[in-house]
Write a protein that binds this ligand. Structure first.
Ligand code: DP6
Length: 324
């Protein structure tokens, strides 16, 4: 009590969350389905300190300010309200470390708010069940609710639930990193623009079919059954982004180069499908048996700086050591 540390993995959505039904409650315009990524982690320590006058937040060794700080403080306020009067005035020291570059489409906010939710509630003496943690994480960042359960997670309205544990399928995500620069418009600000795109409604109408295909593919461990739906939804989401006002164009030349080679490799018999989040990096999904080949080929694509390969990861969890 007083201090706690949690570890979370980010997740990659196979059916994306883009656009909100309720901005204040962070309810999504459509259901989304994701896989947690074992190879990437965020560790967060929270300590409530009597006598401290304001919340202090360090992310990857740098003191947070501006919107990043405000979002963490707003989340700590939610925890303080839940914890009641004894924690109402307590301010916290927060430190968080990612083992991957933040804000490059590797979904740092998903693991960040999942880890912050568990560490802060535990430090405040609360013990929420998984659904409660997922609902609270959602208020910090929508995609974070999917980093609470382990493995494959479906977020329909208020919280995410596991659809299959990580042991169900050793699916691999080979992430082609084409830049480690932060993007100009974060997904948090991008969601509001979805409504300005004439393609938004068309995408929402297609999502139930894609979601059914992805659920079926996961249940049967059948990549070919879900890959086309995963690619179609990623392209539809980027279509919405590109046709928003103002237009969001997250792709770099190397992004398009990877999309092209993935399709060429597939035509040549290598089973691999792509998806892209709100950033330029490309997530390439394949079976574990061909992950080494996909990694080798991706590294040879001009513009690809690094490849990180990940299987399905755990849910958010407490650890018994601290960052400070
Ligand atoms: C493109 O969860 O970052 O990664 O709820 O405003 O924090 P906020 O948005 P965020 O949006 C994620 C968008 C996405 C798709 C996805 O992960 O489903």
């Amino acid at each position: 009590m007083g201090k706690a540390t949690a570890v979370a993995n980010p997740n990659i959505a196979f059916v994306k969350y883009w656009g909100k039904a309720d901005d204040a409650l962070n309810l999504p315009a459509n259901p989304s389905l994701s896989m947690s990524l074992a190879a990437l982690t965020t560790v967060t320590t929270v300590e409530f300190r009597p006598g401290q006058t304001s919340d202090t937040v360090a992310i990857d060794g740098r003191t947070a300010s501006g919107q990043a700080l405000e979002r963490v403080v707003a989340h700590l306020d939610r925890v303080r309200v839940l914890a009641g009067t004894s924690f109402g005035r307590e301010r916290a020291m927060v430190a968080s470390r990612n083992d991957f570059p933040a804000a490059t489409g590797l979904a740092a906010s998903s693991s960040a708010f999942a880890a912050l939710t568990l560490a802060a509630t535990q430090a405040a003496g609360l013990s929420l069940d998984q659904a409660g943690l997922s609902r609270l994480a959602r208020l910090g960042s929508g995609s974070a609710c999917r980093s609470v359960p382990a493995g494959f997670a479906l977020w329909e309205v208020e919280e995410a639930h596991q659809v299959a544990p990580p042991q169900h399928w050793d699916l691999r995500d080979a992430i082609a990193i084409v830049t480690d620069q932060a993007k100009a418009v974060g997904s948090h600000d991008g969601h509001a623009l979805a409504l300005t795109s004439p393609l938004h409604r068309a995408r929402l109408a297609a999502v139930p079919g894609w979601l059914a295909a992805v659920r079926d593919g996961i249940a049967r461990r059948d990549l070919a059954a879900m890959g086309p739906a995963i690619e179609a939804d990623a392209l539809a989401m980027h279509g919405v982004m590109m046709t928003s006002q103002p237009s969001l164009l997250y792709w770099l030349p190397a992004t398009v180069a990877v999309l092209q080679v993935v399709r060429a490799w597939r035509a040549g018999g290598l089973e691999v499908y792509f998806t892209v989040d709100a950033g330029p990096n490309v997530h390439c999904l394949c079976q574990a048996t061909v992950a080494g080949e996909v990694e080798k080929r991706l590294k040879a694509v001009p513009g690809v700086q690094e490849v990180v390969v990940s299987g399905p990861g755990d849910g958010v969890r407490l650890v018994n050591w601290h960052l400070f």
